[in-house]
Design a protein around this ligand. Structure first.
Ligand code: HEM
Length: 233
């Protein structure tokens, strides 16, 4: 990251991209720019938060599509009905079956499976109370499969997201509040594009019935292997 930063500075090139914006940003109070250390930190967080999460989500999405041929067929029908319109920025963000599949796969396998906070003060909420410095983990993976909020929570049912209210209260793959993921819309758009481009031409046949997962900072599949098959035209 430092090398990329050095190269950009030395070249004097103006690309008008995110890196340029961060280099030129000034603090409101001091008018000072960010130090190199801060810039490298910002670049790292964008790179890691934006890359690993989306890559893991896509692995789970491809796995779930492979386990549900009827969902794959509906997806394929949507892609062929839309034609070239399937890839316009407008259509990528519109309500669609592709989006439903992505949302449902992220409900069952949220790459950000837990969100952690440290209490700045003694605090309480309903029947719970905790002291300053307590580490609190919100278990998003558990919430997404809680039968109190989801009918048939273990099943892969993309249609449940036809209901606009399905994401209320019990669905937080991108977090919520002031620290809501800044890349949510970018990630959704990127994933719809990748899924549609891939399934327009190919199919993925997983060789597993179950996906083994590892809950590290992100939830990642240990292995999703299988075959990529070209669709008959
Ligand atoms: C499927 C993909 C993604 C998932 C599941 C995801 C998930 C999340 C979650 C749950 C948070 C909140 C963390 C918290 O409250 O502590 C978050 C924050 C963040 N995400 Fe994402 N993210 C994704 C893609 C992206 C992309 C593509 C970018 C950038 C291009 C990005 C950049 C960030 C940043 C910078 C934050 C910190 C925001 C802040 O603290 O103010 N994410 N993400």
């Amino acid at each position: 990251m430092q090398e990329i930063l050095d190269k950009r500075r030395i070249s004097g090139e103006e690309k008008n991209d995110l890196l340029d914006m961060m280099i030129h940003a000034r603090y409101e109070d001091t008018q000072l720019p960010m130090t190199d250390e801060q810039l490298v930190d910002e670049m790292l967080i964008l790179f890691i938060a934006g890359h690993e999460t989306t890559a893991n989500a896509l692995s789970f999405i491809f796995f779930e599509i492979s386990r549900h041929p009827e969902a794959e067929q509906t997806l394929r029908n949507e892609i062929s009905t839309l034609g070239e319109a399937a890839f316009t920025p407008d259509s990528l963000m519109k309500k669609s079956y592709t989006l439903n599949i992505i949302k449902e796969a992220m409900r069952l396998h949220p790459p950000a499976w837990g969100i952690d906070r440290e209490a700045l003060e003694d605090d309480h909420f309903k029947d719970y109370s905790w002291g300053k410095g307590t580490q609190i983990i919100l278990y998003i993976g558990g919430l997404h499969r809680n039968p109190k909020y989801w009918t048939d929570p273990e099943a892969f049912i993309p249609e449940r997201f036809d209901d606009e209210n399905a994401r209320n209260f019990a669905y937080y793959p991108f977090g919520a509040g002031p620290r809501l993921c800044i890349g949510e819309h970018f990630a959704m758009m990127e994933m719809v594009l990748i899924v549609r481009k891939f399934y327009q031409l190919y199919s993925f046949k997983s060789s597993h019935d179950q996906v083994e997962k590892k809950a590290l900072v992100t939830l990642r599949p240990i292995k999703v292997s299988g075959k990529i098959v070209k669709n008959p035209i």
